[in-house]
Design a protein around this ligand. Structure first.
Ligand SMILES: Cc1ncc(C[n+]2csc(CCOP(=O)(O)OP(=O)(O)O)c2C)c(N)n1
Ligand SMILES: [Mg+2]
Length: 387
């Protein structure tokens, strides 16, 4: 299909659905049919789908659309596996597959793996997604998108689009789009979208009391104390990747039916999921090893630019961090990366201060509309210690 056909089909079916568009394809969607508040542009190469996934979880009353190019899709394969694991019923994932990177304003000759046999729909099926389509035909794309918009489930449509650079000059933009303005417009629009009367009602999450800790392994009593503090702070979503120090907290979050708990496949993708949850009105916490902060600089920068709150709980600090030789990298990249981004950090040196520090960190993240971090040194998880 031609790029203009792709955009025309999308405009006809999108309705009121909030749409995030990845870097690359953003320019085309913006020029063709900018509707203030409905579309978030330049949502990051691999972070668009995770952010839409987070928004879909936080706002089950909305159908959320992600559009990304083949290059972004390939960069985000780990996040695709997470979406396949949870399969939210209200996510439509569209891949604009021109098999190249950056065709606009360039020679358009630098191809992606999609031009060399990588089967994008095959990746989606391998991620255990069931509603996956692949087409080169505009009429088929029309029928598939219509179905995806009216049917419950996570749908993936890989639309192969011709490389036809002239059709990108659709409508000249009247002014450059401001990234911050666009983010706030989008966020306000999502907040003000009222659930349809026939849709599911969103119940506010009330954290259940933490179950008694039956396990005797090291760190479980400490983990329960920290998890209880997290629940009391107002956090309603935990996004984590398993790791040794914070493992008990992560297990307790998984066991708590009142906590929206998501296991991500990469921490940077987890940051983007948390950002989507925040756009949907949730209060997310990222619970990860310091190494994961090292992977997440760009994703965190994106949250800062767009004014999205996030509480980060990350293990290993630069001074109090290193117990074993293999923790050295976590200690090297945790606080230094947070500092470089201007993210405020408190090292929780004593467990008796957990309630206070978590409550106030959540408050700061929400008021400043940006990430705020609590760093957990490993000794804090020693059950027998006074800390
Ligand atoms: C992490 C990262 N690396 C590189 C870029 C620069 N970049 C912006 S758009 C783009 C191409 C994306 O390719 P694709 O998703 O296929 O979209 P297309 O350009 O074909 O529309 C690149 C490499 C970026 N935004 N982020
Ligand atoms: Mg492309």
């Amino acid at each position: 299909m031609r790029p203009t056909e792709f955009l025309e089909v999308f405009s006809r079916h999108r309705g009121d659905s909030p749409t995030m568009v990845a870097s690359g394809v953003s320019g085309a969607v913006w020029r063709h049919e900018h509707i203030p508040g409905k579309t978030l542009y330049n949502s990051g190469m691999s972070y668009t789908v995770p952010a839409c996934f987070g928004l879909a979880l936080a706002r089950p009353d909305l159908k959320v659309i992600a559009i990304e190019g083949d290059g972004s899709f390939l960069m985000g394969l780990a996040g695709l596996a997470t979406v396949g694991r949870y399969k939210p019923p209200n996510l439509v994932h569209i891949v604009y597959n021109n098999k190249t990177y950056l065709p606009t304003g360039t020679s358009g000759e630098l191809t992606s793996a999609a031009a060399h046999g990588a089967d994008l729909a095959g990746f989606a099926r391998a991620a255990s997604l069931e509603r996956v389509w692949d087409t080169e035909d505009a009429a088929e794309f029309d029928a598939m998108l219509a179905d995806a918009m009216r049917t419950s489930g996570t749908s993936v449509i890989v639309a192969t689009v011709e490389l036809e650079r002239e059709s990108w000059d659709l409508k000249a933009p009247t002014r450059a789009l401001d990234r911050v303005e666009n983010a706030f417009e989008f966020q306000t629009n999502v907040r003000d979208s009222t659930p349809p009367t026939s849709g599911p009602v969103i119940e506010p999450k009330v954290p259940a009391p933490v179950p008694e800790v039956e396990r005797k392994e090291p760190g479980w009593r400490a983990g329960a104390e920290l998890y209880q503090a997290l629940c009391k702070s107002g956090v309603d979503s935990v996004i984590y990747l398993p790791e040794g120090v914070l493992y008990p907290m992560q297990v307790l979050a998984e066991r708590d039916p009142a906590m929206r708990t998501i296991c991500c496949s990469r921490e940077d993708e987890g940051v983007a999921i948390a950002g989507g949850i925040a756009v949907g009105g949730g209060v997310p916490a990222l619970v990860v090893e310091g190494t994961g902060i090292g992977m997440s600089a760009l994703a965190l920068a994106s949250l800062i630019v767009r004014g999205r709150p996030l509480v980060i709980i990350s293990s290993h600090s630069r001074v109090l961090g290193v117990r074993t030789p293999w923790n050295d990298q976590a200690a090297m990249v945790n606080e230094p990366v947070l500092d470089a981004l201007g993210i405020p950090v408190t090292v929780l040196e004593d467990r008796s201060r957990a309630d206070l520090i978590m409550r106030e960190t959540v408050r700061s993240a929400r008021i400043f509309r940006k990430p705020a971090a609590i760093v957990i040194p490993p000794y804090l998880m020693d059950d027998e210690s006074d800390h």
